[in-house]
Design a protein around this ligand. Structure first.
Ligand code: ZN
Ligand code: ZN
Length: 238
């Protein structure tokens, strides 16, 4: 898991450093991440990666002891289930993230734990895992939780963990990289969504789906408007 997380950070770092054409106008934060990145964030992220490794080792132990529902043979379940379990894992992750995130915004927890993550006012790839150690455990705990509650092939679990870590870094990269997507995809959160969470704090708690924030009316009032502005920028209408 730490290797996957590091790969996700490095992928975005290299991608953004290459400054593809049109990237600058998609900057959500005031400064690009080369200016906003702090050593504190990097050190906290490195600590989180060690915690991810510890949780990974615990999961390995639990798997060998037969406590998880991880399987390795594709004969155990049919091929369709490989896809179903991947999306099922994402759905569990989405619900878990929204409600655990709301919990972390409860004042006694926020002031002791989650405030660390919110010290990144201009998120960048190194902010994605810049957590208090307790939050690092809570965040990565979703991987063993999934492995405990649903039968999942080891490769699907790795694929799911990689996807989750990549989306986390995308949400913190500071740029909107897919503003001009067809409106049917508005059901998914974009990078602006989590960026606004770091700017305004009490809005936009969701991860993948813009569903829980809609149901609980926690979307920032300007989220759709700002997304539309970026859409126009990407189309070159501004
Ligand atoms: Zn938060
Ligand atoms: Zn964040």
């Amino acid at each position: 898991m730490p290797l996957l997380a590091t790969a996700a950070i490095l992928l975005f770092w290299v991608l953004l450093k290459a400054r593809p054409i049109g990237l600058e106008k998609m900057l959500i934060t005031k400064h690009s991440f080369f200016a906003s990145f702090t050593k504190k964030e990097r050190n906290r992220t490195l600590t989180s990666l060690l915690i991810f490794m510890g949780v990974g080792l615990l999961l390995d132990w639990a798997y060998k002891a037969g406590f998880t529902q991880i399987y390795t043979s594709t004969n155990d379940y049919n091929t369709a289930y490989l896809f179903i379990s991947f999306f099922f894992a994402l759905a569990i992750n989405d619900v878990y993230f929204y409600f655990s995130h709301r919990f972390m915004h409860w004042k006694p927890i926020f002031t002791r734990v989650h405030y660390i993550h919110h010290q990144s006012h201009e998120p960048n790839p190194w902010s994605a895992f810049s957590f208090h150690p307790i939050e690092a455990v809570l965040q990565i705990a979703i991987v063993p939780i999934v492995a405990l509650i649903i039968p999942i092939h080891i490769y699907v679990l790795i694929g799911f963990s990689s996807f989750m870590l990549l989306v986390s870094v995308y949400g913190h990269c500071g740029y909107e990289l897919r503003a001009n997507k067809p409106s049917i995809f508005n059901i998914f959160n974009n990078s602006i969504h989590h960026n606004q969470h770091h700017q305004f704090v009490k809005y936009n708690y969701g991860l993948y789906l813009n569903l829980w924030d809609r149901i609980f009316k926690t979307n920032h009032p300007t989220y759709t408007e700002v997304t539309d502005e970026f859409k126009q920028k990407e189309r070159g209408e501004e």
